[in-house]
Design a protein around this ligand. Structure first.
Ligand SMILES: Nc1ncnc2c1ncn2[C@@H]1O[C@H](COP(=O)(O)OP(=O)(O)OP(=O)(O)O)[C@@H](O)[C@H]1O
Ligand SMILES: [Mg+2]
Length: 238
């Protein structure tokens, strides 16, 4: 048994630095607890996390987001979280900050899901590892940055509806752009919500305005008639 465990650990290690002993153990625990059957292959390397394709409890594909313990910018994470009353009493220690960041993404995705937004449903967040739905299934969905929508106006309208729902749920995505919107069946899916924050955060308006600016800029370039002001109105009117 011990041999088999270390075999898995070694297999993970071929996928790079993200798999220090602690992280490998976390993944193995999630496998032991039935959240995961295993990891299949690397999908993407982001700024703070590596994303893997995994096999879920029902044999479905899942996305496994693993925050890198050694190289992610936990000072930035800490500064972001300090202003979020949900995490206001956080101790500034690298691992604690990264674990809280992972939990924050889990909770934000739950809020978004409950608000009726298309986003990956999170299955479990443990330490620096988050398991969630794989968007696109067998062929992972592309970022809007990589694939333009066939009907920009229709896609824009769907993004607006999702931003309205988030706003009603008093959550701001806070990093919304063509990089964090996936295109699945010609419809948008919001991802990457670790930095999302509730309206209790005194800075929420600044993040909200930035999201609006990014979305208006992207769809403006595709020929949709939109300004920051008109988009804000579409999101906030009753
Ligand atoms: N649930 C998911 N389903 C399908 N693809 C996903 C999922 N989560 C992440 N990805 C892919 O991995 C990429 C990086 O994920 P994410 O944006 O959450 O991480 P990140 O570390 O913040 O990356 P970045 O620095 O690039 O924003 C996404 O752009 C997307 O292509
Ligand atoms: Mg991202």
């Amino acid at each position: 048994m011990a041999k088999k465990t270390s075999g898995h650990r070694d297999a993970f290690k071929t996928w790079g630095d993200v798999f220090d002993d602690f992280t490998s153990q976390t993944v193995l625990k999630l496998m032991g607890q039935g959240y995961l059957k295993g990891l299949i292959s690397p999908l993407k390397i982001g700024k703070e996390a590596n994303i893997f394709i995994g096999r879920g409890e029902q044999d479905q594909l899942v996305a496994v987001k693993i925050y890198r313990l050694s190289t992610c910018d936990f000072n930035r994470m800490y500064e972001y979280m300090k202003a979020d009353p949900r995490f206001g009493t956080l101790v500034k220690k690298r691992r604690k900050v990264i674990f809280a960041w992972t939990q924050r993404e889990f909770r934000n995705l739950m809020i978004a899901r409950d608000a009726g937004i298309r986003c990956p449903v999170p299955h479990v967040g443990r330490n620096n590892v988050l398991v969630m739905d794989m968007i696109g299934g067998d062929t992972p969905a592309q970022q809007l940055k990589q694939q333009e929508p066939a009907d920009p106006q229709k896609f824009f309208n769907q993004v607006v509806q999702m931003m309205r729902k988030l706003h009603k749920a008093k959550l701001v995505h806070a990093d919304l752009s063509e990089y964090n919107i996936l295109i699945d069946d010609e419809a948008p899916v919001f991802i990457d919500m670790s930095q999302s924050t509730t309206h209790d955060n005194p800075n929420w308006r600044m993040y909200f305005d930035r999201d609006i600016h990014n979305i208006a800029r992207y769809f403006g370039k595709l020929g949709v008639k939109v300004t920051d002001e008109s988009l804000k109105e579409l999101i906030t009117n009753d």
